[in-house]
Write a protein that binds this ligand. Sequence first.
Ligand SMILES: [Zn+2]
Length: 288
Amino acid sequence: MKRSILITLAVAAVLSCTACGKVGKDEGAAVPAAAGNNFTEAATIAEETEEKTTEQPTEAAEETSAEAVETTAEETTADVTEAAAVENEVPQRPSADTAPSHDDPYYAPAPAKHDIEGITYIQGALIANKSYSLPADFNPGLDPTCETQFNKMINDAARQGLNIWFASGFRSYDYQAQIYSNYVARDGQALADTYSARPGYSEHQSGLAIDVNSIDDSFAGTPEAVWLENHCHEYGFILRYPRGKENITGYQYESWHVRYLGTDLSYAVHNSGLTLEEYFGIDSYYHE
Ligand SMILES: [Zn+2]
C-alpha cells in the first residue's frame, strides 16, 4: 500500500517536471532540482498520511464547507469535528475568509523589516514595483518566514494531490540586471518591460516573492494555479499580478508569482479583491 502510493507519486512528480517540456523563463536549471526536493517532501507526506489518502476532502467539498461557515454556525461546528476526525494529525486548514488569530498554528507573521535607507514600507509592507525601487546593494536572500510559510503551503497542497514547487525566489540586483538586459536584447525594451523588471525594481530582490512551477502561461488554469489563487492568502501570500490588472501592477498576468505579506495583510488584500497597488493607493510605472 505504502509502496504503491510512493511509486505513483514518484511517477506523477517526474511527469509533471518533464511533461510540459518547458523551463522557466529565468531559471530553467532551478526547476528540476527544486522539483526533486518537492518530490521528496511529497513522498514523506504520503508516508505520513497513507491511510488517509482516500479520505482527503476534495476542493469542492472544501468550498462547500467554506460556504457553510457563512450560513449556519451549527453546521460549521459539525464540519470542523468531522474534519478533525479525518485529519487528527494535521492541523485544521485555515478559513479562506477569516484571518487566523495570533495563537493559531496557521497564523503567518509579517516578514522582518529591514532598517535600510531607500526601502519603502507601507503599513509594514515592503514595496517593490515600477515606482518604488530597492537599493542596488540590498541583498537579503529569501526571507526565512516567507520560506517557512511557502513550504507549509506546498505541503498542504501536496496532501490534496497538488504538485506546487518552488521555481525561483530571491534574485540579486546584479542577476536581475543580467536577465533584464538579455530580454531587452531579445524582445526590445517595451516588450521586456511588460514581463521583466529593470534591476532594482524586481519584487524578487526583496526576498519576499516566489515563482512556482513552469513560470509561464501553461501554469494558468491548472488545478495547482486555481488552488494557489484561492488559498495562498491562508499562508500569508497574495497572487501579486492578477489577470486584468496589468495597467495597475505594471506587469502581465502572472499565475505563478506570489508575494509574501503575512496573515494580517494577505487576508486584507485578498478579501478586498484589490491589487497591492490599489490597496495602498500607489502606482507602478517607471518615472524616468
Ligand atoms: Zn516572479
